[in-house]
Write a protein of this length. Sequence first.
Lengths: 281, 281, 308, 308
Amino acid sequence: MRFCVSSQVVRLAYIKGRVHGLNKPIERVLWCQIKLDEPLKPEPGQFVMLWIPGQGEIPLSISDYSVDEGILELVIAKVGKVTTYIHERLKEGDLVALRGPYGRGFSVVRESTCLIVAGGCGLAPFPFLVRKLLEARSSVDVILGFKTASEVFHVAKFVHLARRTFVATDDGSYGLKGTVVDVIKDVVDIKGYDIVYVCGKEKMMKAVVDLCREHNVRCEASLERYMKCGIGICGACVLDPLGLRVCRDGPVFSSTILALIEDFGQSWRDHCGRKIPIPES
Amino acid sequence: MRFCVSSQVVRLAYIKGRVHGLNKPIERVLWCQIKLDEPLKPEPGQFVMLWIPGQGEIPLSISDYSVDEGILELVIAKVGKVTTYIHERLKEGDLVALRGPYGRGFSVVRESTCLIVAGGCGLAPFPFLVRKLLEARSSVDVILGFKTASEVFHVAKFVHLARRTFVATDDGSYGLKGTVVDVIKDVVDIKGYDIVYVCGKEKMMKAVVDLCREHNVRCEASLERYMKCGIGICGACVLDPLGLRVCRDGPVFSSTILALIEDFGQSWRDHCGRKIPIPES
Amino acid sequence: MSVHTEVALAGLRLRNPLILASGILGSTASLLVRAGSAGAGAVTTKSITKEPRSGFENPVIYELEYGLLNAIGLANPGMDFFKKELKRAKQLLRIPLIASVAGSRPEEYADLAARAEEAGADAVELNLSCPHVKGMGLDVGHDPKLVREIVEAVKGSVNCPVLAKLSPNVTNIVEVGKAAIDGGADVLVAINTVRAMVIDVDSKKPVLSNKYGGLSGPAIHPIAVRCVYELYEAVGDTVPIIGVGGVMDWRDAVELMLAGARAVGIGTALYTYGLKAFKVILKGIVNYVKEQGFRNLMDITGLAHKYS
Amino acid sequence: MSVHTEVALAGLRLRNPLILASGILGSTASLLVRAGSAGAGAVTTKSITKEPRSGFENPVIYELEYGLLNAIGLANPGMDFFKKELKRAKQLLRIPLIASVAGSRPEEYADLAARAEEAGADAVELNLSCPHVKGMGLDVGHDPKLVREIVEAVKGSVNCPVLAKLSPNVTNIVEVGKAAIDGGADVLVAINTVRAMVIDVDSKKPVLSNKYGGLSGPAIHPIAVRCVYELYEAVGDTVPIIGVGGVMDWRDAVELMLAGARAVGIGTALYTYGLKAFKVILKGIVNYVKEQGFRNLMDITGLAHKYS
Ligand SMILES: Cc1cc2nc3c(=O)[nH]c(=O)nc-3n(C[C@H](O)[C@H](O)[C@H](O)COP(=O)(O)OP(=O)(O)OC[C@H]3O[C@@H](n4cnc5c(N)ncnc54)[C@H](O)[C@@H]3O)c2cc1C
Ligand SMILES: Cc1cc2nc3c(=O)[nH]c(=O)nc-3n(C[C@H](O)[C@H](O)[C@H](O)COP(=O)(O)OP(=O)(O)OC[C@H]3O[C@@H](n4cnc5c(N)ncnc54)[C@H](O)[C@@H]3O)c2cc1C
Ligand SMILES: Cc1cc2nc3c(=O)[nH]c(=O)nc-3n(C[C@H](O)[C@H](O)[C@H](O)COP(=O)(O)O)c2cc1C
Ligand SMILES: Cc1cc2nc3c(=O)[nH]c(=O)nc-3n(C[C@H](O)[C@H](O)[C@H](O)COP(=O)(O)O)c2cc1C
Ligand code: FES
Ligand code: FES
């Protein structure tokens, strides 16, 4: 009668849900809606661990979440074993399991002027953040960078909500020509923003963070590391020298913290925990 | 973060308390107040398992409980190992441990005319019941039976609250002469009551229950059996043939149920679970 | 399409796979019958010994948030007395009656089993696993050789199915399970409680009078699943397994069945939820099996091995 | 009157008895230092093997209401790489640094231990107990003879104290503990996780990619208390014991100490409560020891045996 479990046996681990919508805006990216059995209380920038039985479990940013419908949105790039399986085999109606939300997300600042900078799939967490920022009466500008026109996706999601949306491609085949860093330098006035949010390749994030520090603009970046536990105990995702864990102390870190992190933009760890340089692309 | 135990690690088992008051109304009975560390929500007729480390653990009726002060009252007869230890060694300020409240107690009827019948230490659960009945705007008459004048105790507790209190002794050395059954037959009009509550030796309870059934008066009796787990799983305290457990289905049973219980007034089980006749005294 | 809940277990036919575990409510015919009325598919008695045992002194049980710790100490009236209870239970029950027996030597087990069968037991379960009584249960059940001898002796003395109840408190439960099968066991039962202790920090004493006790309930469920999985991995469908340990809801039961259990024992849940646990859990299993598109509860036994 | 929190442990001096358990946060110098800053009395590294190991594929962990199930698979960068982390940790730490090592053969353990000591470890802990990696940990640690040989080999190769970390997944933990002492172990550490499994009823698969994992957290605390009590009963104060398993608050820690532990490992609590667990738990222990009228935290070690 007096167990914790007495009134209701709760399974804390995986939350189940069914694939509600699937769509490929571009060949290597899957946009996936999941209708969950239980409500979540996520913050923008947090992530979930998505389990595909028999295949594996991977961290994915919460791209959007609707409280009313209980629908979670994910943006999944095809890069390896699990993501390829998801791309090729997941169908509407399939049962999926996930745990989370985990980690610390972006600061949702009130009544401020915000700039979001995303490279490629790094845009994943931002639809949710934009909505939350608008709810907090902030205004949002967005810079989206892609390699080339055939890689451009999700632009409409931002155009509708943001004050201004800039799209750039490395080869100029769509929108502005250049990287997101070029756009920051050449097109917008970075000093006009109260805060900059950035997500994408780490070298790019490093450049944006440096730029912001230079101009004394507050900045937050969302990092990726190889993850095992996702809850801060295994040490797989640690950043030196502070011993910060991307899964629990991050994935979002402020530029003040990032300035103290040697690993940022430099190195990460392989599956064994050996430190290796971050590959160029 | 998501354990049951996350916000506060709760120890469900023993509730701790300190001996607040001790007093011996008569030589073989100890009246004991315990100030508990945690609030209880007991009902009259429920019991607790009191643990005396190194000595043993015994069931005791909740004699009274004050929500405001968090003080639990017990009435403890000296009969054997643990109760003797309690009588001889327990001091004010001592730490004690108990679990409960357990079992099903008496029905607290509203705006009714009630009769309480207690033999000796069988009065233990009744101070609490009387208070609850009065709160429910019922009126209460009490019959207390003892062997002899030197065994009489706690009468004042009832006189102040009950409409009428009858005291009888077997030898007539105090109050009326005779048993409580004699008092019911000779002095009160049993048909005038909506309900009769009885606690004491089982043969006496059987007589009272039979009398009530004869006159079609609702009746509840509180039984005692040797107890091990106190929570309904070990089967030590079972009543045949219905398989009712005194610790969980009782200790209080209605006369309707008792009519179906062969063991009532006849037999109980020893520590091994062998059925033996209830001893005469 | 309706689902068949019947389960065949070494010649026993159970109307459903939920079995009252030994030591919980199984001390009298009246309680066994009550568990039957509440919906059990079969009932197991408290473990019976040759001589009457008064068990350990109180406290014999302690509640934790996630389980119970007990050292009842195999309190029981002894086989002489208990035969009456068995006879009566057999008369009144419409479901299989499993008599659990505990002893020290093969002949003792054989004798107890024979007398239990004589009194009406439809099967005997050998307690080779109680973790807190010296010279009995686990004290004999950790030794594969002795386990084999005990089962052999019992098989020689009864005609009914023989269930061997195993302990998780061993280095290798599969080794013991195989020894039991070598001895002729018809069914494996896993698991009994896990040896554990709680100390009261105020009195600085172990809470149980026996100091050591057995842990049951949710805390041991993942251990039970592991044991059943290991056993099924080793013995497959050759010998059916009854999974026991921390089954509080239908999911827990299904987990044990997917791991390899054909039937499931219910113990601590009867404390937490009362006797309605049988019906509530069964309903959940039936729904699950239906939703998954199977027709028999037995169909899901061991599926976790197929899909892994 | 203030209470002394210092603890002496086979030549190591700990400022307090709370030790970061192996495998939790101990994978890098930076995390070891962070645990030190958070208040640990000593820190243990993740278990290090000879070769780098990438561990098992995800999922490697599963959350239960009353604990965690994990099969990380001894993922670690290997001793070659890890020596750098040990050196760095040693430079920065003001508290004892315990290097945990895992292997298959005595010489392998001896070599790993020697290299760990060389790199700066103040003590080595032998993982004889990881329940989910084939050929390592428990696979060697259940055999008393092999355990003795391993400890002997390690004692021959290092000067620092040697800690033997034991598993509860054995029939008799005392036998293994004594074998470790016979081999020369300076400290016993009990317990590692309990072998367990969780199956997902929807996919009908074991959740962990390795199927089997180790259970930690509240669920195993009463098992840890039992193991420490059994070991202390057998070895008394001759060899100090570090109690590990489900310590979530000061009471759990005190329970292990009363059972016989001189120091206490903290693992899963760092997940549940974060790094503040060290300070919160220590404060509670200190209050308790003060209230009970003792002057040293070490004074309560083993008291449950005295008072029983
Ligand atoms: C907090 C967080 C949020 C993420 N959010 C998203 C998201 O919203 N959308 C998305 O598409 N991806 C996201 N990722 C990355 C995603 O987790 C990986 O792409 C995925 O785990 C790869 O799995 P796989 O089995 O397909 O690849 P694998 O076969 O395991 O590996 C393919 C390649 O990807 C690398 N890789 C694998 N996992 C990671 C990782 N965690 N970090 C860095 N490199 C990795 C491998 O080293 C290898 O080079 C996120 C990662 C993190 C840590
Ligand atoms: C629900 C319940 C409520 C009770 N309430 C009270 C109360 O308020 N005040 C009070 O003084 N006593 C009460 N009792 C009885 C009390 O529990 C026993 O007197 C006590 O357990 C004896 O412990 P001991 O170690 O002193 O005696 P022991 O040395 O164990 O035994 C002494 C004698 O008492 C008998 N005995 C022991 N326990 C029981 C029992 N549970 N039922 C019947 N006979 C027993 C023994 O068989 C023996 O003859 C209650 C019992 C029950 C079951
Ligand atoms: C109070 C209690 C008494 C028990 N007595 C016995 C027993 O006599 N014989 C036996 O084989 N198992 C006994 N057990 C073990 C149970 O049958 C069962 O194996 C164990 O409790 C795990 O199941 P659960 O978690 O559902 O309770 C007992 C368990 C409890 C809690
Ligand atoms: C994620 C995780 C990884 C672990 N890795 C190791 C390890 O590498 N070596 C080891 O000896 N013990 C390891 N353990 C066991 C712990 O050190 C500890 O013995 C166990 O978790 C019980 O303590 P707890 O309940 O406080 O977590 C690990 C435990 C967990 C939860
Ligand atoms: S993934 Fe385990 S600590 Fe971050
Ligand atoms: S005392 Fe155990 S069932 Fe009543």
